[in-house]
Design a protein around this ligand. Structure first.
Ligand SMILES: NC(=O)c1ccc[n+]([C@@H]2O[C@H](COP(=O)([O-])OP(=O)(O)OC[C@H]3O[C@@H](n4cnc5c(N)ncnc54)[C@H](OP(=O)(O)O)[C@@H]3O)[C@@H](O)[C@H]2O)c1
Length: 266
């Protein structure tokens, strides 16, 4: 990383991103500034050499890449505050804020500012996020810089902004869905004999293995499932029982329920 970064709003995702950058090889912590109003909550990052401040404008002046990580209801006042310090020739503005469009951001910054919306998840902290990126016109020319940065925190993809709500559900909420599935499998594991901590580690590693199989090969999950399901066997008995109780349907309906809520986030 050879650019100065300001992360404005060091809450869950902003702090997790800072943690992830710290883990990336060659990161100089002094190049990262994180802001929030209750600055005492950033002490752990400060202890690791990251600059922390309540002064958003000073953070913007000291950086060339500015990342907004506040809640949707907080972003207008933050943009109002920093807009005079943003220079289109120098700054690249990245917004992680849900349901706040590029057009709405340009309402504060003007259309010349390079703007990229990014939708990561909290696995940025362990550099295993999946982050979707969408840019405005000037942002398209600099999207490589943003992609390089988020590639330090996991995998990335570029999309049209109209898919950002869907990306919010799959990327950001998706972490919670999988965590709940891992928890449920751990609980099943306890009932059949493992201690809670063993069951959790087993479930998490098996989930990671399943994900790695698909990421490595790109094949359809059912092809891998076919390798595990012998005729009249135990796996297919369990899977079919789960489906009788609506496993796939529950997940799909949950994704739609989350998606239908997203417009309320303003
Ligand atoms: N959490 C996720 O997994 C995730 C994933 C993708 C995207 N997002 C999006 O990222 C945004 C942040 O989510 P979050 O879960 O991290 O929320 P959060 O924990 O509430 O973080 C927001 C932070 O912004 C700080 N803040 C608010 N106004 C500020 C200001 N004017 N100047 C400086 N700091 C300010 C708040 O701290 P103070 O009150 O101390 O200032 C707070 O810690 C949301 O738009 C969310 O939709 C979240």
């Amino acid at each position: 990383m050879n650019t100065n970064i300001a992360i404005l709003g060091g809450g869950n995702i902003g702090s997790a991103m800072a943690e992830g950058f710290l883990e990336a090889p060659g990161t100089d912590p002094s190049r990262i500034t994180v802001t929030r109003r209750r600055i005492e909550k950033l002490q752990a990052l400060a202890d690791k050499g990251i600059s922390v401040t309540t002064d958003n404008v000073a953070a913007v002046r000291g950086a060339s890449l500015v990342i907004l990580t506040v809640r949707p209801g907080q972003v207008r006042s933050l943009l109002q505050e920093i807009a005079p310090a943003l220079e289109p020739a120098r700054h690249l503005l990245v917004s992680v804020v849900t349901n706040f469009s590029i057009a709405e951001i340009e309402g504060f910054t003007g259309g010349e500012m390079a703007v990229v919306r990014a939708m990561p998840n909290t696995a940025v902290a362990v550099r295993e996020s999946m982050t979707g990126l969408a840019a405005n016109g000037p942002g398209q020319e600099r999207i490589d810089e943003v992609q390089e940065l988020f590639d330090l925190l996991g995998r990335t993809y570029i999309m049209e902004e109209k898919l950002m709500a869907a990306a919010t559900i799959l990327n950001a909420c998706g972490i919670a869905y999988f965590l709940r599935v891992i928890r449920a499998i751990s609980q099943g594991g306890i009932q059949i004999g493992f201690h809670a901590s063993e069951a959790q580690t087993i479930a998490a590693q098996v989930a990671k293995g399943a994900a790695e199989l698909l990421l490595a090969s790109g094949i359809h999950p059912e092809e891998e499932i076919d390798k595990v399901t012998t005729p009249r066997g135990v796996t297919i008995a369990g899977l079919n029982e789960m489906e009788h109780h609506g496993l796939s349907s529950a997940l799909i309906k949950g994704i739609l329920a989350s998606y239908n809520e997203i417009e309320k986030l303003k």
